[in-house]
Design a protein around this ligand. Structure first.
Ligand SMILES: Cc1ncc(COP(=O)(O)O)c(C=O)c1O
Ligand SMILES: C[C@@H](O)[C@H](N)C(=O)O
Length: 352
C-alpha cells in the first residue's frame, strides 16, 4: 500500500513504448529533434493557440526557469507559504531569479484568495527603492493540499494583480489531475483565465522525467533558451523528453492516466466517509486524500505497512487545529494505483 507520492510510480506503458520507439537511429540534439517539434505542435493544439515550449526534466527546473524568465532579481513572487516553490525547492527559484524574494501568503488548503493578495500588494509600494517589487503571482494547480482552482478563481486572482502588472505563473505539477477533475479545456484554466506561464507536469502524470514550461505569449520567452541551457536542462538527447510527452499527449493518454488517479482518490475518500471514523483535512478534489489521523490510526497503518507522508497542517482552516497526537496524512494516488490497494487501505482505516 504505497501512497507516498505520484513521484514514486514508474512511467505508463505507452510512454515507455514511445521512448523505446524513439531510440532508433540518429536525431538532432539539444531539443532540435523531431519528437520535440511534434510535441510543440501538440501543445499548441492542446492550448488552442501558439505557445513557446521548453522541455526540462524536473518540476523544480520548470518552476524556477518560468519565474526567472519573468522576474527581476529585485522582484518578488507572491505565492502560498506552503507552495512548492516556497517550501520544497531548496531555494532554486531564488537562485535562478538572481535573488528575487518569494513572499508566502496564507490560505486554507494552500489556495490563495484575491483579498489576501491585494493586501500584500498594498504593503509593497510601487517604485519604492527600499522594497522588492512584486512582479509575479504563482499558484499551484492542483494545490499542495490537493484542491483545484476554478477558472473563475484564477481569473479573479489575475484581476487582483493586474493593476500592478504582475505576471501569473501556474505550477502545474498536477495540472493533468486538475483538468481531469474540472472536465474543462486546458485553455480555460490557463491563458483564457489570465495565466502567463505554466509548468506543465508530465512526471507525476505518468512520464519518467518530463516537464514543460509553456509560455502563452512567446514574447515572454525571449530569455528562456539561454536560461534553460545555463540551468543544465537543454538535453543533448532532447528526444528523451520529447518522446515521453508524445506518449503522454497522443490520443489523450495524459487525461486517462489522471482520471484513473483521481478516481482512486475519490474511491478512498468515499470509503473513509462511509466508515465515519476519520475526517478529511481538505476535500478530495483531484488525486490526493488528506486525512486527520489520530494516534491509533497511525499505529494501525504502520502495522499494515501502509506508506504515506505526514503532511504539514499549516494550511488547515481556522478552528480545525490538530489535537495532541493527530497528524495530517497525505495519501497520493497515481495512474499506477490499483483498486485492490485502495480497498485494502480503506479496510484498515475503517477499523481504527
Ligand atoms: C506541487 C509540486 N510542484 C513542483 C514539484 C517539483 O517537481 P520535482 O520534484 O520534479 O522537482 C513537485 C514535486 O513533486 C510538486 O509536488
Ligand atoms: C517534495 C514532495 O512534496 C513532492 N513534491 C511530492 O509531492 O511528493
Amino acid at each position: 500500500m504505497n501512497f507516498i507520492s505520484d513521484n514514486l510510480a514508474g512511467a505508463s506503458a505507452p510512454v515507455m513504448l514511445a521512448m523505446a520507439a524513439a531510440n532508433d537511429g540518429f536525431a538532432a540534439g539539444y531539443g532540435n529533434d523531431a519528437w520535440t517539434r511534434r510535441v510543440e505542435g501538440l501543445f499548441a493544439d492542446l492550448f488552442e493557440r501558439e505557445v513557446a515550449v521548453f522541455l526540462v526534466t524536473t518540476g523544480t527546473a520548470a518552476n524556477s526557469l518560468a519565474l526567472a524568465s519573468l522576474v527581476q532579481p529585485w522582484g518578488a513572487v507572491l505565492c502560498h507559504h506552503e507552495a512548492h516553490i516556497a517550501a520544497d525547492e531548496c531555494g532554486a527559484p531564488e537562485f535562478f531569479t538572481g535573488g528575487a524574494k518569494i513572499v508566502g501568503l496564507p490560505g486554507d488548503g494552500c489556495k490563495l484568495a484575491p483579498e489576501v493578495v491585494i493586501d500584500q500588494l498594498a504593503r509593497l509600494r510601487a517604485g519604492a527603492v527600499h522594497q522588492v517589487q512584486p512582479q509575479m503571482l504563482s499558484i499551484t494547480q492542483a494545490t499542495e493540499c490537493g484542491l483545484v482552482y476554478s477558472a473563475e478563481e484564477i481569473a479573479a486572482l489575475k484581476q487582483a494583480v493586474a493593476p500592478r502588472g504582475l505576471k501569473l505563473h501556474m505550477d502545474g505539477a498536477r495540472f493533468a489531475n486538475a483538468v481531469a477533475a474540472l472536465g474543462c479545456a486546458p485553455a480555460e484554466i490557463t491563458w483564457r483565465a489570465g495565466v502567463d506561464v505554466l509548468s506543465f507536469g508530465g512526471t507525476k502524470n505518468g512520464a519518467f522525467a518530463a516537464e514543460a514550461v509553456i509560455v502563452f505569449d512567446p514574447a515572454d520567452a525571449d530569455e528562456m533558451p539561454w536560461r534553460r541551457k545555463r540551468a543544465g536542462h537543454t538535453l543533448s538527447k532532447g528526444r528523451l523528453i520529447g518522446a515521453q510527452f508524445e506518449g503522454l499527449l497522443a490520443s489523450g493518454h495524459w487525461l486517462d492516466l489522471a482520471r484513473h488517479a483521481n478516481a482512486m482518490a475519490r474511491r478512498l475518500a468515499d470509503a473513509v466517509a462511509s466508515a465515519g471514523k476519520l475526517r478529511l483535512a481538505w476535500a478530495c478534489e483531484a488525486n490526493e486524500v488528506f486525512l486527520v489521523l489520530p494516534s491509533q490510526a497511525q499505529v494501525a497503518l504502520a502495522a499494515q505497512g501502509a506508506q504515506y507522508i505526514a503532511w504539514s497542517d499549516g494550511a488547515l482552516p481556522a478552528g480545525q487545529a490538530l489535537q495532541p497526537g493527530e497528524v495530517v496524512g497525505r495519501f497520493v494516488c497515481s495512474f499506477a494505483t490499483r483498486i485492490e490497494e485502495v480497498d485494502r487501505l480503506a479496510a484498515v482505516l475503517a477499523t481504527v
